[in-house]
Ligand binder design. Sequence first.
Ligand code: SF4
Ligand code: SF4
Length: 440
Amino acid sequence: MALTFKAGLHLQEHKEATQGESIKRLPPPKEVTIPLLQHLGAPAKAIVEPKAEVILGEKIGEPQGFVSAAVHASISGVVRAVRELPAPPAGRRVASIIIERKEIEEQPDFKSSVVTLDKLTPEDIRAAVAEAGIVGLGGAAFPSQVKLSPPEEKPVDTVILNGCECEPYLTCDHRLMLERPEEALFGLKAIMRAVEAPRAFIGIENNKPDAIQVMQKICQEEENIDVAVLKTKYPQGGEKMLIEAVLARRVPLGGLPMDVGALVHNVGTAVAIAECLTSGKPLMERVITVVGSGVREPANVLVPIGTPLRDVIESCGGLSDTAAQVILGGPMMGFAQAALDTPVVKGTCGILVLERDEVLPFEETPCIRCGRCVDVCPVFVVPSDLARFAKAADIGRLMEYDVMNCCECGCCAYVCPARIPLVHLLRLGKQLVQTAAKKS
Ligand code: SF4
Ligand code: SF4
């Protein structure tokens, strides 16, 4: 029987356009814009100056502090500028390095070699992951070496590899499991070794039977790794929902997975970890799904970080005549973008282009206290109340009613008959609490 969690939603999947599309590598663009903050935590610090020559994979931003991540050149070329620009997903201005492509003779060698994990210590793995600038590729972009360093008093007994990809439209993780299962498994084993976890599961929703089959086959010889088949339900890929479904453990309010002995990493992150350990390749490219009725040739593409959305969309046949909105990510958790020169960053899972009739304007009406938002919320907060407190900037009540537990999944806004922009208000509420905490 397929496992699941309480609440959530059954959504139209819209995966058919790209789930059969193999990953294709895009040619390097003429120019990339690489923000120094593509992750949660402190921005990296630029270590290259304008006019400097850089080669593919060279470190160009040094992490500042423990919760931070290095950034690397995704093309060889010349640094044209280091300046503040709006960065995805939300358009906040961030120092960014612009590199213009140029043929440079010296090229790195990222050929894979056989690596025996038993010969690497947990510290070796964490150091390599930090050096490679790897962050969670499922969207949250949390620096991976931090997740691989649980405190001694919170041992991790189970790692869950997240292959749910529960957002409609997106299929890049699905393709990775089909096309690069060995690397996903190697990355998972490296994660287990780094946190000394004796057990692991690979969580996959039951709308991906081919991926389930491939991963089950590759895990046949693994005594301590199993595939957990999950019901197709949104947001099954949320860390807390996944832990509840696979391990029947509930992460406490305000807590972290390690509070219940669990650690969740995305499939793409595991592949990136495998690449950095076997070939020394840093995180400088990623797989994304380009999809939606507003794009002519939907596809899964491997893209250098920093590539403008315009270039990616062009290589997928361009926009349709009626394209109206470009969203970075999926329809539930993604962010609408104002400009196509926005770059792809480490946390970009997809580019979704919707047509005019899919983004019709709507009018917000007063809350009718129907309770639908409460019924679907997977973290059991009361979205309608929190939205009111956010509008009133009532920080005390926002904290009392656990606004920080909201994972911004969008289920509440999706079902609200009054069309209240609940997720926006909850994001605002979280920001108010964070700002107040910084000031105190
Ligand atoms: S309150 Fe947050 S976690 Fe709950 S349904 Fe809304 S967006 Fe999702
Ligand atoms: S779903 Fe909308 S209308 Fe219903 S209680 Fe929640 S906020 Fe109010």
